[in-house]
Design a protein around this ligand. Sequence first.
Ligand SMILES: Cc1cc2nc3c(=O)[nH]c(=O)nc-3n(C[C@H](O)[C@H](O)[C@H](O)COP(=O)(O)O)c2cc1C
Length: 306
Amino acid sequence: MVPHRLAIVDRIARLRGDRDAMLRREAALMSSWSEVVGRRFGDGAPLSEGADDNDFLRRVLSRKTVRRYSDRIPAEELLDRLVACALSASAKSDFQQASILRVRDQQKRAAIGELFPSMPWIGAAPAFFIFLGDARRLQRIGEIRGKPVRNGTLEGFFNASIDAALAMQTMILCAESVGLGVCPISVIRNEIDKVAAVLGLPDLVFPVAGLCLGYPEGEGHVSLRLPRTLTTHADRYDDSALGLAIDDYDRRRHALHAIPREQQRSNAEFGEAEFYGWSEDKARQAAKAEGAAFPPYLRSHGFTFD
Ligand SMILES: Cc1cc2nc3c(=O)[nH]c(=O)nc-3n(C[C@H](O)[C@H](O)[C@H](O)COP(=O)(O)O)c2cc1C
């Protein structure tokens, strides 16, 4: 077949794939509440059939991180709108300490992507945003108004982090509601000096996370969450059932999506596990703490945390 006809056949196959994926997503939206909640938690807790139907809630319950994107490019108008939605998130004390930086320059994208070869979606996603905790703006406003503000405190850091996280999550849910898929990227903090240099970040401004965004390619799966008996409490905190509940969760999650033997972490240190569930994986991951470069970066860029 001549090359341009091959390209057309390829494009049609891709469009069919897009449409089939969309139809499967729509079909998932037609599931009963008990199916949707059951798929998310599988914890046998009481199900919620009675309340009014609502598409957005269904989508949230079925949401999943997307790391592979089709080559369909999201429209600029849509991206603008999503940024506006993100900046409509609640903000602590109305201080508005989130900033959003879109990395459009291909060289900068590549420079950041190359720092994380194990996560090729960082360089490849159709759009890439960085959600910044911005403790600088409020301090500058204090200067402009002649009222000294010291915003490098723990309170300033915490408030700016939360504002940025809320803005990012608002963009995530809005993007997913219009059929886009996203992946937050906090690994950029592991190379904070280099990332900050590429983006020209001043003191008191730091990345909370990046966000890859595009139209999903492939299906992915809804990730099973911890049972609500562990993550919800009534009137008094109680985690006395943790051990048994985690064993049960590990087994249920393993039955749905077992972690392949070759993906066991740090075997040299911890040995190969016969049964390798979520909790073993997360304990091994957390024992090898990441992000050692972040605290010294913050301390040398305006934060005192007092
Ligand atoms: C703050 C934050 C940072 C994350 N950082 C990364 C990252 O650096 N790389 C990545 O591939 N996924 C990252 N993720 C995605 C998580 O791995 C994902 O949300 C988690 O596995 C649960 O999957 P789900 O969102 O599909 O339920 C991040 C998620 C959050 C909320």
